[in-house]
Design a protein. Structure first.
Length: 356
């Protein structure tokens, strides 16, 4: 019997299905600067959206921290106990000095933000089903599986969100993960290895971390990219394979791992996609989901350059300007003439793109 959870309480209908908490941001004594990322990117995304008057504090859904009981839906007790060792967390987050901090500080300053983002992804799963779409401004910890973390991912939020939906929401029995972070999503792949309810599409730089050959067996649509892949080739591949994946199986929910580490110049991603290319990519995925009336949950995943937060915000604003995300639409289903028009236009764009 599913345990009771705060994470599934209904959000006020006045809210956008955008999930965030100030607790997402990691700040402790400048140590976060030792990892090549902007540890406050999540808060910056929200600030840009506020500046553009898209949202206000009382219009976003406040993420709640996932409890041990929530995490045990996927994680082993043994794994959660391991996180009580600071050196284990240092290894997972790739911030070596964390190994020397007392664990209560590590829990409060590193793991609590990650648990809150994980709670946010679980909440966004239900919101997406209720409203047609949802965005967790954090999350996307796709290298973590039930019993192993890595690559800055300490909790398996994607697996958790899907398992919660399967167990608690009627009518959700098939899920598709579209993982477009620059790295292979080996965590959810290991978790869903033999689960035929979950269809995984993964597009990643084939030469970088984690190179998990075992996990690759779970990928139904594998798009292995070369170093320095640029916009035209990338967008064409994403378009073809997202359409292909959704034509092959129509899921009840799409979990879209929208990593921005594909950005040109990312120290870890090794691809060369422009900011405009990232905005276009998100648009392609949302159009494919909305035109088929499939609920979509987006998480932001990897990508921590200083300009990343602005690009994520620009992408969300673009989705809104095109009518692909909308507060009213969210509550009234996808019968929306503006969306239908956008989808017709994009079909024309794509025909032109393939003729070029």
């Amino acid at each position: 019997r599913p345990h009771r959870t705060e994470l599934y309480e209904d959000a006020p209908s006045a809210c956008w299905p955008i999930v965030y908490s100030p607790d997402y941001n990691i700040t402790f004594m400048g140590l976060e600067k030792l990892h090549p990322f902007d540890a406050g990117k999540w808060g910056k995304v929200i600030n840009f959206l506020k500046e553009e008057k898209l949202i206000a504090d009382d219009l976003i859904v406040q993420a709640q921290e996932a409890t041990d009981e929530d995490l045990l839906v996927v994680h082993t007790r043994r794994y959660l106990n391991k996180l009580k060792w600071s050196f284990v967390v240092a290894t997972i987050t790739e911030i070596p000095p964390v190994a020397f901090l007392p664990n209560f500080i590590v829990q409060r300053k590193v793991l609590r933000p990650l648990r809150t983002q994980t709670g946010g992804t679980i909440m966004a799963g239900k919101l997406a089903v209720d409203r047609g779409w949802a965005i967790n401004v954090g999350g996307g910890f796709h290298h973590c599986s039930s019993d192993k973390g890595g690559g800055f991912c300490a909790y398996a939020d994607i697996t958790l969100a899907i398992k919660f939906l399967f167990e608690r929401v009627q009518g959700v029995s098939k899920a598709t993960i579209i993982d477009l972070d620059a790295h292979q999503g080996n965590g959810h792949e290991r978790d869903f290895m033999d689960d035929h309810r979950v269809y995984i599409m993964d597009a990643y730089n084939r030469y970088i971390y984690p190179g998990d050959g075992f996990a690759k067996r779970a990928i139904k649509r594998k798009v292995e990219l070369e170093w320095g892949t640029e916009d035209a080739e990338y967008l064409q591949k994403v378009q073809t394979h997202v359409e292909g994946a959704l034509n092959e199986l129509k899921p009840d929910i799409i979990v879209y791992n929208a990593g921005t580490d594909i950005l040109d110049g990312d120290p870890l991603g090794g691809l060369a996609i422009s900011p405009q290319g990232i905005v276009k990519r998100d648009e392609v995925v949302f159009k494919a989901a909305r035109s088929r009336r499939i609920p979509i949950l987006m998480v932001t995943s990897g990508g921590y350059q200083k300009r990343t937060a602005r690009i994520i915000a620009d992408s969300i604003l673009n989705l809104h300007n095109l009518g692909l995300i909308d507060k009213e639409l969210a509550t009234s289903g996808a019968e929306n003439p503006k969306v239908e028009q956008v989808i017709r236009d994009s079909a024309k764009d794509l025909t032109n793109l393939s003729l070029q």
